[in-house]
Write a protein that binds this ligand. Structure first.
Ligand SMILES: [Zn+2]
Length: 342
């Protein structure tokens, strides 16, 4: 079989990914994303994330400096106490959609991006991730704390003020259920060992898929990457969540994370759109949680500087993502960006 056409098993999601490295070479007839850079002011009185601005719900933001977090004015999950209503009728099952939704601003400056933050401000961002995770995981009705960032107008972000979000539902999300199941299964079959730690230690990852490795963290392209330039930041020891990080681990994560954001910007020659997810262990009482290893995932929607990846008919109908780039080639391209920086 040609190396350019492969199904690769994604062991964390227990899902096949199709690597089809020829589809990228096809004549492109889809949307071309123009590189647009609009000069932004440092303060926008019309932006609900800027200091001193009155938000839609009537609250006025404080005159904050650095990071600032608040409850989302338009939450996806109900913040009122969960009702006991459940219906287990298999054809009409329902349950409460309860939880906390938070908004995290990375800087008081409207025109700042994660790539341009000072090292101290970037460390404050990582500290905010940890503080929010620790506070929310201790709330009685929270089963998972998913910290994420949607970046870029290309993926529908309406506000360019650099910010992240947290959804902290009273249930464990489907992806986390799959990841937990996969890691627990692996541990049971391998004398309790960690799936992600063994993945990181494997010779193929170390030789072909590593982008950067430091004292505490490693950046890799996963073997079965679902997005062309998908990367994960993995801890070099088994950590369940940000709550387990030492200060030096957290500070180094801030630096590694920022370098990876800068790498994407340099690769795509723009402030690159991205989706970033912090996969902390769920905080319910499930016994399989002990096998969960923290990681941070980037899901960049760009196939190259001008082309967005869409889920087309085959993928929508099959749930088997097609990646048009060999993950080993993506890792080499990302490493080369690092080389141009040094
Ligand atoms: Zn703003």
């Amino acid at each position: 079989m040609s190396a350019n056409w492969q199904r690769r098993w994604q062991p964390l999601l227990q899902q096949w990914v199709i690597i089809s490295a020829t589809t990228a070479a096809r004549p492109w007839s889809g949307a071309i994303e123009k590189v647009t850079t609009t000069e932004q002011p440092s303060h926008d009185p019309g932006c609900y994330l800027c200091p001193r601005v009155k938000r839609a719900a009537g609250t006025t933001n404080p005159d904050y400096q650095g990071v600032y977090a608040f409850d989302n004015d338009f939450p996806t999950l109900s913040s009122s106490a969960p009702s006991a209503q459940n219906n287990d009728d298999v054809l009409h099952t329902y349950a409460p959609a309860h939880g906390r939704c938070r908004v995290l601003c990375w800087s008081e400056k409207h025109n700042e991006t994660l790539a341009s933050l000072s090292p101290e401000n970037m460390q404050a961002v990582a500290q905010l991730w940890k503080d929010e995770y620790v506070a929310l995981q201790n709330e009685p009705d929270v089963a998972q704390v998913l910290i994420f960032e949607n970046k870029g107008v290309e993926i529908g972000v309406s506000n360019l003020h650099a910010h992240g979000q947290i959804y902290a539902p009273s249930f464990v999300t489907d992806t986390a259920v799959s990841m937990r199941h996969a890691q627990a299964d692996y541990a049971r079959a391998n004398q309790g060992q960690s799936l992600l730690q063994n993945m990181l230690a494997s010779e193929h990852v170390q030789k072909e898929l590593l982008v950067e490795q430091n004292e505490h963290w490693s950046v890799i392209v996963p073997y079965a990457a679902r997005f062309s330039y998908e990367t994960w930041i993995l801890p070099n020891r088994h950590l369940s969540s940000l709550a387990d990080t030492s200060q030096s681990e957290l500070d180094e994560l801030a630096a590694v994370y920022q370098r990876q954001v800068q790498r994407y910007d340099l690769l795509f020659q723009r402030s690159a759109p991205n989706i970033t997810l912090l996969h902390n262990v769920p905080c319910d009482e499930h016994s399989d949680n002990q096998h969960w290893c923290f990681h941070l995932a980037f899901h960049p929607p760009l196939r190259d500087a001008e082309k967005l990846k869409y889920l087309a008919g085959f993928e929508s109908g099959s749930n088997n993502i097609v990646n048009p780039l060999m993950p080993e080639d993506a890792a080499a391209a990302l490493r080369a960006v690092k080389d141009t920086q040094s």
